[in-house]
Write a protein that binds this ligand. Structure first.
Ligand SMILES: Nc1nc2c(c(=O)[nH]1)N[C@H]1C(S)=C(S)[C@@H](COP(=O)(O)O)O[C@H]1N2
Ligand SMILES: [Mo]
Length: 418
């Protein structure tokens, strides 16, 4: 009897060439540039990619993972997020367009307008700093697409792993105070932002992004117009000299290089507010389903999630020792009420010690000391639960066409030796 394999025609050179060419084309597309000696790449071998080309982002740690450079997108490996407050050099970068090149802090202005503003006003940075009371809050920002790379069928867009999240200490003024100076008409329902970055096409009439939040989120005490991160100027790539910060909501709401806010009498209809951007199916769908725009709902508060920031995945430990592990947990507008860990693939869970948030929308810290019963391979999983009783799923949560809101449990690998 002939085996199935021997009946198959051998793959001819042409076919192999074709496979190689299309693979190269797609690799080059991901890079946004040519792979100059690509024709020499041995068949079946793929390129390392930009993950290793990392030292070049201004103001950023060289160990950040660069996803692409036009626009610039970079995430933070979990072990670099171990600080309680994320340093500027480690804070992830998500750009939709080209950041402004020259920033003149002295001539920078912020305009408040829109149909639901009583009047249009323009502030210089100096006026913002002197006219309003200043506040400092720790606020968590997470890109709505963080974790996208796990979804199957895959979603287009940045293939974020775990690190499009950070919690910094932001200083600035309350958005509410500034909006009230312009006067908020009773028919106001939303605010929208505009920034000084430009569209990738170079077309000055196109915005790279212009999103916003409902007026009640805008009027919260912790909703800020910030000029400082961790007591210093906001890093260039994170929106210097001015940005919005809405902790707990998709970070896409938090406009960088902020120069205009509009108070709207309808849901803001800027770029990436409409269509399917930053929206998920209002009701669960089957993986791979097409969903019409009307059946997609705007993402608001982000779901409960946690990240193990120590140890780095892949650690080894002796059976005589216990493993100290720690990390952060956050839950959008909610508070995290417990974090548990498992070393048996989720069969049983043990409690972690946990802190309260220093203020609303700040991430919380957890830790545990983990004993292992015998030598071997383990995974340590962490699972957070919010104050509504909602927990992180152990496997992927609801598939959605754009790959948002993956809050599955974070897992790290540990080998226990004699
Ligand atoms: N002006 C402007 N604001 C922006 C963006 C942008 O491209 N331009 N990206 C948004 C998105 S999608 C995210 S996730 C956050 C990322 O903030 P960060 O780069 O400081 O981490 O900024 C938001 N604000
Ligand atoms: Mo984002």
């Amino acid at each position: 009897m002939k085996s199935k394999i021997s009946q198959k025609a051998p793959i001819g050179t042409n076919r192999r060439q074709f496979l190689k060419k299309s693979a190269l084309t797609s690799m080059a597309m991901m890079l946004g540039t040519d792979i100059v000696f690509g024709h020499n790449l041995p068949t079946g071998m793929s390129i390392i990619g930009l993950e290793e080309i990392s030292a070049s982002l201004p103001g950023k740690d060289g160990r950040m993972t660069i996803l692409n450079d036009r626009p610039i997108n970079a995430e933070t490996p979990p072990y670099l997020l171990d600080d309680k407050i994320t340093p500027g050099e480690m804070f992830f970068v998500r750009n939709n367009g080209v950041p402004p090149v020259e920033i003149d802090v002295n001539s920078w202005t912020l305009t408040i307008g829109g149909e639901s503003a009583q009047k249009e006003i323009v502030f210089t940075l100096a006026e913002l700093k002197s006219k309003f009371k200043q506040y400092t809050y720790q606020l968590t920002l997470e890109c709505g697409g963080n974790g996208r790379k796990e979804f199957n069928p895959p979603a287009k867009g940045n293939q974020w792993g775990l690190g499009a999240v950070g919690c910094a200490e932001w200083t600035g003024v309350r958005l509410k105070d500034v909006l009230e100076e312009a006067g908020v008409k009773p028919d106001a329902v939303y605010i929208g932002y505009y920034g000084a970055d430009t569209h990738l096409s170079g077309d000055p009439d196109k915005d790279p992004i212009s999103r916003g939040v409902p007026i009640n989120k805008a009027m919260e005490e912790e909703s800020m117009i910030a000029w400082a991160m961790n007591g210093e100027d906001i890093p260039m790539l994170n929106g210097h000299p001015l940005r919005l910060v809405f902790g707990g909501w998709p970070a896409s709401c938090s406009g960088k290089w902020l120069n205009k806010i509009v108070i709207r009498n309808k849901v803001h209809d800027g770029v990436k507010m409409v269509g399917q951007a930053y929206r998920v199916p209002c009701d669960a769908v089957e993986p791979g389903d097409k969903v019409s725009d009307e059946d997609m709902c705007i993402i608001e508060s982000m779901p409960v999630k946690s990240l193990i920031t120590f140890p780095k995945t892949g650690g080894m430990i002796s059976l005589n020792d216990k493993l100290p592990m720690r990390g952060h947990a956050w839950a959008g507008d909610n508070i995290v009420s417990k974090v548990e860990y498992s070393i048996d693939f989720g069969a049983t869970w043990k409690p972690c010690k946990m802190t309260n948030p220093v203020n609303r929308h700040a991430w919380q810290h957890f830790e545990a000391t983990v004993p292992f019963p015998k030598v071997g391979y383990y995974e340590v999983w962490a699972k957070a639960t919010d104050d509504n009783g909602t927990s992180q799923p152990m496997i992927l949560p609801g598939w959605n066409p754009k790959g948002y809101l993956n809050n599955a449990c974070h897992r790290i690998a540990i080998k226990v030796n004699k």
